[in-house]
Design a protein around this ligand. Structure first.
Ligand SMILES: Nc1ncnc2c1ncn2[C@@H]1O[C@H](COP(=O)(O)OP(=O)(O)OP(=O)(O)O)[C@@H](O)[C@H]1O
Length: 691
């Protein structure tokens, strides 16, 4: 298979070199050359990225035939026989779907582990109940091995161990919004990313338009960034709602972001724009032009908004109708004026104008000029008048009074009550809790996007499929922003409302998707926790019952160490009983807590060299603790840990995390469910001795 891969990559490289050597003779040929070259580059990339673990599985059917499953499909050059089946192809489905209860005609599923181009391990599952033979290698399941493996800081593709409950979702033929919910570590992200890869493979349109993956923060995006490229998919944009538009923004305080995330903002923005679209009343025109009546203005407005265009392009339509109406009015005026002139001429000459015209024509013919004196009405050239009116600056200014061209930022400033002009976002920023003055904040991005859509039209870049991870975090205004980028509404939305943070007020999928899914939603629930151990999950049971009583604890596939609690004695005034409340960390406890955390982290590093360790705490302890762990662990606010995972997690002062912000219990739940192996909880205690 590697020989085939090399051969095909070499052919593609040769073809590319040939194409690039060609000298196109015209722009059409140049475009064709670019298209062919980019197709070949994509092919070379796909072949190169498939080299790692090219073939990872094999299924043997009951009739003695078999299929090898891998990252891409390969056919033998000479006979065109399939040699390796792409994991997304139908023929590979039994590799994922078959179980001992429903073997799908399979006798055996084999997992291959490779190091470079050498097979280092083979592991078989016998699915039809037959006894293992001498060729079968039955041992510890590859899933357990994959899950127990040390984390690297980047999520890995799970293409060789995708479980059948996950595979069903990945391959679902559903074309609308696919929702995947489930507790922490149930593989929602894994499913979402593999589904994106599947959709790119199976749906041409998605492949042509690309995939957008939205995550809660840049750290999370970095964590998942290797998965799709390792599956050979590179036409994927990773973004947060804040970075999606490429605008440089400051962070926003939770309460401000929540207020700005409400759908009422969309109504306010739409109203602000609509008020600028020819409100009832006549149009006062400059100079000698006739004014337009309120009815005429209303008719032009109806035409302009009827086409569903955004405000600025619709202004052009409005203007066209106004110009047409004025042209008609001018033509009528001209006709009226000429009739009056004719009558005056007839009265003076004592003859009607038509007979005068005939006489003049006859005289002209005698002088050798051909032609008749035309009807004076023919002198009115409506096209010329229209062109003149269209270019008339004065008329454009008059139109500005009823239908001004708008700027999206100004509309947002107006709705937020910030005076326009100057550093307009100053006050918005100040109201966001005094963050960097003079800049828009993350919370403004969906408003600016909404205003842009209202004023200038839909975003230039849209996607064939959109994945929304940690979707419980998305505010109603952000959902609108997402929908705008996915006209086909082909989306995979994954999340868990028990882990919801502070900003979004959306509490269930119906609410989240009401305006975007057209009822085309398919919802799946994952129940097996692949990340963490039964012991760690068990420690969250009471908390989960409080924050999401309707949810059942997931079932863990692994067992491990019991979580540990380390008590740090601190002066009574700053322990949980402090009059200032549990959310306050006095100067008295910082040193003791930091020293304890430093010790825990260095002990863990000594016992498990190279392990990924995180210390999760309240925001204000981050600096102190970062100093204390001296690079041996990542220190993060608990609220920023959504979606991430580590070998070991130290949760510092759970009472502070709970008290730090409304809904802090959900932050604590997120923090406690991040470890794959070890959970250590550091609690402050007044006068108690450490355990
Ligand atoms: N089939 C699988 N094979 C190997 N590893 C898997 C599989 N499914 C899940 N995992 C692993 O389990 C862990 C948890 O998965 P994932 O992050 O997708 O869960 P999640 O439901 O998104 O969690 P959270 O709600 O906490 O964000 C990851 O390390 C992932 O790689």
């Amino acid at each position: 298979m590697y020989a085939l891969l090399d051969e095909q990559a070499a052919t593609a490289r040769r073809d590319l070199a040939r194409v690039l050597r060609g000298r196109p003779s015209d722009p059409v040929e140049a475009t064709e050359r670019e298209i062919t070259a980019s197709r070949l580059r994509a092919r070379i990339h796909a072949l190169e990225s498939a080299a790692h673990a090219l073939c990872f599985g094999r299924i043997d059917r009951g009739d003695g035939t078999w299929v090898h499953v891998g990252r891409i499909g390969l056919r033998s050059g000479a006979t065109d026989e399939p040699r390796l089946v792409d994991w997304r192809a139908d023929a590979a489905r039994p590799f994922y779907a078959a179980t001992a209860l429903a073997p799908e005609g399979l006798r055996r599923r084999r997992h291959l582990k490779t190091d470079g181009r050498a097979v280092t391990e083979v592991s078989d599952e016998i699915l039809d109940g037959s006894e293992p033979g001498p060729d079968d290698v039955v041992g510890d399941g590859p899933l357990v091995e994959a899950l127990s493996a040390r984390r690297t800081g980047h999520m890995r593709a799970a293409v060789s161990t995708l479980q059948s409950e996950q595979d069903r979702i990945v391959r679902s033929p559903h074309r609308g919004v696919t929702v995947v919910q489930g507790g922490p570590g149930t593989g929602k992200t894994v499913v979402a990313l593999h589904r994106a890869a599947y959709v790119l493979y199976a749906h041409e349109r998605a492949a042509a338009e690309g995939v957008l993956v939205l995550g809660p923060n840049p750290r999370f995006l970095e964590y998942i960034s290797h998965v799709l490229p390792s599956l050979g998919e590179n036409d994927v944009v990773l973004a947060t709602c804040a970075t999606l538009t490429g605008r440089d923004v400051a962070p926003a305080a939770d309460d401000v972001a929540r207020a700005k995330g409400e759908s009422g903002m969309a109504v306010a923005l739409a109203d602000a724009v609509r008020r600028r679209q020819a409100p009832p009343g006549p149009l006062r025109t400059p100079g000698d032009l006739p004014d337009l009546s309120a009815d005429d203005v209303a008719a032009a407005r109806a035409q302009a908004v009827g086409g569903g265009l955004a405000h600025n392009p619709a202004r052009e339509v409005f203007k066209e109708h106004v110009v047409d109406m004025l042209t008609d009015a001018l033509e009528r005026e001209a006709a009226g004026a000429l009739e009056r002139v004719d009558e005056e001429v007839a009265a003076v000459m004592g003859r009607d104008v038509a007979s005068l015209d005939r006489t003049v024509s006859a005289d002209l013919a005698n002088l050798g000029y051909d032609g008749v004196v035309g009807d004076a009405h023919d002198d009115f050239d409506p096209d010329a008048v229209r062109a003149e009116l269209t270019a008339d600056r004065g008329l454009d200014r008059a139109l500005d009074a009823v239908w001004p061209r708008l700027d999206a930022e100004d509309v947002v400033r107006e709705v937020l009550g910030v005076p326009s002009g100057g550093a307009g976002a100053d006050q918005a920023a100040t109201r966001d809790g005094g963050v960097v003055a003079g800049r828009w904040t993350e919370a403004d991005v969906p408003l600016l996007d909404e205003a842009s859509a209202l004023v200038d039209g839909l975003p230039a870049r849209t996607f064939g499929h959109v994945v929304v991870d940690e979707a419980q975090e998305i505010t109603p205004m952000q959902w609108r922003m997402v929908a705008r980028r996915c006209p086909s509404r082909s989306m995979t939305v994954v999340g868990d409302f028990a882990q919801a943070g502070q900003v979004s007020t959306v509490r269930n999928w119906d609410e989240a998707l009401a305006d975007i899914a057209d009822g085309r939603t398919q919802t799946w629930t994952l129940t097996v926790s692949y990340r963490t151990t039964a012991e760690i999950l068990g420690a969250t049971r009471d908390l989960l019952a409080r924050i999401a009583p309707e949810q059942r604890l997931s079932t863990a596939v692994r067992h491990g160490e019991e979580p540990r609690t380390v008590l740090v004695p601190v002066p009574a005034s700053v322990a949980g009983t402090s009059p200032a409340g549990p959310g306050t960390a006095g100067p008295g406890d910082a040193g003791a807590v930091a020293a304890a955390v430093g010790r825990i982290v260095s002990d863990d590093a000594a016992a498990y060299p190279g392990a990924q360790v995180a210390v999760l705490c309240v925001e204000r302890r981050v600096d102190d603790l970062t100093g204390a762990v001296a690079g041996a662990a990542q220190v993060l606010p608990a609220s920023a840990a959504r979606g991430l995972e580590f070998d070991a997690v130290v949760v510092v002062a759970p009472d502070e995390i709970v008290a730090a912000r409304a809904g802090g219990e959900r932050d604590l739940y997120v923090a406690l469910t991040r470890p794959t192996h070890r959970l250590i909880v550091v609690e402050k205690s007044a006068g108690k001795t450490p355990r």
